[in-house]
Design a protein around this ligand. Sequence first.
Ligand code: HEC
Ligand code: HEC
Ligand code: HEC
Ligand code: HEC
Ligand code: HEC
Ligand code: HEC
Ligand code: HEC
Ligand code: HEC
Length: 482
Amino acid sequence: MGNSDFLRGSFRRTVRASLAVLGLAALASGCVDEDTVYNDRPFGDDPPASAGGMLGYLQGQAGETTCAQCHATPSSTWATTAHADAWNGLQDSGHAQEFCEACHSVSELGNAETEPVGWTATADARYVDVQCESCHGPGSTHVANPEANQPIPSLAVGSDLTNGCGECHNGTHHPFVEQWEMSKHSEVIGFAAARTECASCHRGQGTLLAWGVRSNYVERDSEEPLAVVCGVCHSMHDNTFEGQLRFPVNTPDVQVHLCARCHNRRSVPDANSSHGLAPHSPETELLVGEAGWIPPGADLDYGAIVASHGTTNNEKLCATCHVAMYTITDQATGEFVFEAVGHTFQAIPCVDSEGIPNGETDCAIETQARSFAGCVDSGCHSTEEGAAAILNFRGDFVAQQAAALLAQLEVVDPNLDEPGGEIDAGTSTFTVAEGAFFNYNLATHLGDVYGSTTHNGPWIRALLEASIVAVEDEYGVAPPAP
Ligand code: HEC
Ligand code: HEC
Ligand code: HEC
Ligand code: HEC
Ligand code: HEC
Ligand code: HEC
Ligand code: HEC
Ligand code: HEC
């Protein structure tokens, strides 16, 4: 036994006042932390020499991390997360084997270490559960000198990385990183990430800043932009919202909903922007009937037409359809094949012959080619075939309306949105053809009508119909005969 000096904090016990709470954050950069307490108690015994500097739980006190002796808040909130109970979850499953343990304990997984440390090096009980050091890395040098050696975690994600969430959240039972890599959230649009005005949605660091996350992580001040990584949507040590999310998804309130915070850029035409005739992530407003251009004289009001997909009947809004989780079993044997965890963020993902999402986006709208599990598991539709049939039927109708409107607009202004003519985003005058063109773009946003049809079919049909009438009234151009 023998308490080591480096684990004995020799500090005055003070609690730092939070300047951020007083609104003085700008003056106080670098030294704001109301939760860090200097502690003068001994922290326990030396960790085993082979542990690679991992401290783990105070010996004999499962659940009580060494870090918690000084970092009060992240520790008490971490204790409410599933990470703090990961070892019991494994043991209670009845399937625990040695090979399972590294992901359910403090080890080289999740941090910059690459050789066995913590549990995998020692099998010492202080290393059970996914603790602070799983993500932050070894803490012994920090505890010896807190000001100098701070274990700053990384938010980078990728199946080829040797740190981060993906080192544990992978494989057929929890393929979060693999599915996320198939999603657009893993992509960075360089020119958008580089511009301050776009960074709050297109650069992970910018989003976190916009959301008030001031704490440090490896990439925080890097030139290299982060995509919409796990740590943008998920909180590290806070389980206030289900799924450890930074903002809830189990709310129909679009002011609060996680997805709505980015998917709400431009949903009505903007006469002052050279991109003003193109919707830009309009999904949120469309869902609640607030998107699009209402032609003068049309008997339509924003918010008056909301399909059940956008009402409180749909408890998670976007996440019901776009984060659908389901288990795939072998049809012949019933054996487990794959857990689809919904992190491609596709509502009706294209799937391979076993039913596993394959990351493609242009397959047919039919149950052979796609999973419609989100429509059924939510309890909203009784069969996948039924949901696919409705989408095809309603989608065809919207596609015909959109084609008719486009045919009219091509007569009114043959070069459409090229400069010159009735449709020209570069001029400050706003024409009926421009409003109608915006609605056409809204209906066909990102290449097809299935999104708009699902987000709010009745509203998009009403907008297209009113646009067809308005263009005929204004320019005397009738839609083509059906
Ligand atoms: C002896 C007390 C003490 C212990 C134990 C301790 N820390 Fe710290 N830690 C500090 C102090 C003091 C700071 C500096 C806080 C400041 O700048 O306001 C700090 C800073 C940090 C920071 C940087 C915070 C930021 O926003 O930049 C991280 C991360 C951190 N500690 C993680 C840990 C982890 C993980 C453990 C457990 C392995 C741990 N600490 C254990 C006292 C401690
Ligand atoms: C590659 C890392 C990894 C390995 C190896 C691993 N797990 Fe896990 N396990 C996870 C992750 C990540 C989760 C959380 C997944 C989620 O929430 O969907 C998890 C969740 C679980 C849960 C659910 C816990 C609960 O409270 O519901 C059980 C049970 C479990 N694992 C058992 C096992 C068993 C048994 C093995 C070995 C046969 C194993 N795990 C191997 C990473 C791993
Ligand atoms: C799942 C990974 C993960 C775990 C587990 C984790 N952290 Fe963190 N922690 C991070 C990341 C990433 C950040 C920076 C981004 C953020 O704050 O959201 C961070 C930030 C911090 C900070 C600086 C911000 C603050 O809140 O003051 C401290 C201190 C900290 N963690 C301590 C801890 C302690 C103590 C534990 C265990 C009780 C712990 N962390 C567990 C990943 C983790
Ligand atoms: C050392 C492996 C490991 C690392 C690193 C890790 N996790 Fe986990 N995570 C797990 C395990 C294991 C569980 C399941 C625990 C249980 O339920 O018993 C889990 C559970 C979760 C859950 C809760 C799931 C639920 O059912 O509520 C979330 C959310 C989560 N992890 C997100 C993250 C994020 C985000 C990161 C990176 C910042 C991360 N994890 C890093 C192993 C890890
Ligand atoms: C765009 C936002 C977003 C990103 C990025 C994201 N998630 Fe999630 N995650 C969610 C949502 C939404 C849920 C579902 C919560 C619900 O339905 O209650 C979820 C659920 C989870 C769960 C809990 C699953 C369960 O069993 O309940 C885990 C674990 C998780 N995510 C891990 C990750 C990991 C690891 C990454 C990065 C590879 C990641 N997430 C990236 C939004 C996100
Ligand atoms: C931090 C901002 C942010 C949040 C939060 C966010 N997204 Fe995204 N999302 C984006 C960006 C940016 C893109 C486009 C990235 C690209 O094209 O490179 C995107 C793309 C998508 C796409 C793919 C669109 C396409 O081109 O096919 C879907 C679907 C999607 N998000 C759904 C969701 C859902 C569902 C949620 C909530 C669980 C969510 N997003 C939360 C920023 C966000
Ligand atoms: C409020 C959040 C937000 C802001 C701010 C934002 N975007 Fe986006 N952007 C998104 C989301 C979400 C998507 C993906 C969903 C979609 O396109 O409907 C996206 C998609 C894109 C796309 C891909 C669209 C396509 O047709 O494939 C480009 C390019 C883009 N944004 C550029 C920019 C630029 C440049 C800026 C700054 C001038 C910017 N964005 C500002 C949220 C935002
Ligand atoms: C009732 C199910 C459902 C809900 C609710 C839903 N979506 Fe969708 N979404 C879909 C379907 C279906 C598609 C079309 C997918 C395809 O074409 O592959 C889609 C398409 C999209 C796209 C691609 C662009 C497009 O218009 O095709 C984005 C981005 C998106 N949704 C984001 C969101 C966001 C953000 C929310 C919440 C504000 C949301 N969705 C709510 C089902 C839904």
